[in-house]
Design a protein around this ligand. Structure first.
Ligand code: IPM
Ligand code: MN
Length: 351
């Protein structure tokens, strides 16, 4: 029997509540499909920061490297200045574990929850492959003449050939493996950002030659947001940089039914990957048993797929689909017709 070690970072706000539903489902599916795992909790969160002044240290990263995968709830505490926990914990994890892919499946399970008019479930089924280690997120730049009326703030988008190429290759491979429309769209801004997107476009075109079975396409990022709303059925797999990927995946989350269902993976194909519901810590719902745990449960499904338990991953996703189609009144917090823990129980029952 295969055995895994899962590092769990429940995090802030409603993070712990949704994580415990995710773990409930993990436990149930492990028994059904027959694998073993050990889940170990880490309190890398806002409360710990407020008590100790610590975010993440190098020894914490070294410890996490010993795990098969990481399951993260949410990072973000109302008493901590914005930016500290995001950079000190979430981005630090992504960067130091070299999770260079942010994978965001956008799939509509029930058209009743889609804000777009006349779209069927099969019209919204695509995946965004977001570069997760470079671009504007690299944090390069400077202030000049700070605090004066001549102040200049420079923020650099840092793109390396190696970084761009590994992301594009991942997207082509993913598209081939997904085996749906076999179409990969590069989402960029070649008409204005002429350094970064020249590199991306050239790399994309070169790598594409090795994948004759994949149809390629290009869309500017602004047009992409338009197509997401107008014709989401055109997309299969989209590859883009860190900043554009951040923006379009929030739009994607809305199109698939909202933050209550949206999950993502921070993937290092050769290392330790981390899975999370992409919504925030939602402090106002904390402790009320009203937050939707399905995004966290979908994150567990993605985690299972990544560690090689695809059968279990699919079982979890199928159970989520079933209850989204037959039980849930809404995917929004407090309006689901069930409490957080009841939704977790429903998924378990439908495995
Ligand atoms: C996301 C989030 C993060 C990001 C924040 C919390 C730093 O919005 O995962 O998309 O910008 O990447
Ligand atoms: Mn985001």
């Amino acid at each position: 029997m295969k055995s895994y070690r899962i590092a769990v970072i429940p995090g802030d706000g409603t993070g712990p509540e949704v994580v415990s539903e995710g773990l409930k489902v993990l436990e149930a599916v492990s028994k059904k499909t027959g694998f073993k795992y050990e889940a170990v909790n880490f309190n890398f969160d806002g409360d710990r920061y407020l008590k100790t002044g610590k975010t993440l240290e190098d020894k914490d990263i070294e410890e996490l490297k010993k795990y098969s995968a990481i399951f993260l709830g949410a990072i973000g505490h109302p008493d901590v200045k914005p930016g500290i926990l995001e950079t000190g914990i979430l981005l630090k994890l992504r960067f130091s574990l070299d999770q260079y892919i942010n994978l965001r499946p956008i799939r509509l399970y029930n058209p009743a929850f889609c804000p777009l008019k006349d779209k069927k479930a099969e019209d919204v089924d695509f995946v965004v492959v977001r570069e997760n280690s470079e671009g504007l997120y690299k944090g390069m730049g400077e202030f000049q003449k700070k605090g004066t009326k001549d102040e200049v703030a420079i923020q650099i988008s840092y793109n390396t050939r190696k970084g761009v190429e590994r992301c594009i290759r991942y997207a082509f491979d993913f598209c081939r493996k997904r085996n749906r429309k076999k179409k990969l769209t590069l989402c960029g801004k070649t008409n204005v950002l002429t350094f970064a997107w020249d590199l991306w476009q050239r790399t994309f075109n070169e790598v594409a030659k090795e994948y004759p079975d994949i149809t390629t396409d290009y869309a500017h990022v602004d047009a992409t947001t338009m197509w997401f709303v107008k014709n989401p059925e055109w997309f299969d797999v989209i590859v883009t940089d860190n900043m554009f990927g951040d923006i379009i995946t929030d739009l994607g989350a809305m199109v698939q039914g909202g933050m209550g269902i949206a999950a993502g993976g921070n993937i290092n194909p050769q290392g330790v990957s981390m899975f999370e519901p992409i919504g925030g810590s939602a402090p106002k719902y904390t402790g009320k048993n009203v937050i939707n745990p399905l995004a966290a449960i979908c994150a567990v499904s993605m985690l299972l797929n990544e560690i090689g338990e695809e059968k279990a991953g699919k079982m979890v996703e199928d159970a989520v689909i079933k209850i989204v189609q037959t039980k849930m009144k809404s995917l929004a917090a407090g309006k689901m017709g069930y409490s957080t823990t009841e939704v977790g129980d429903l998924v378990v029952k439908n495995l």
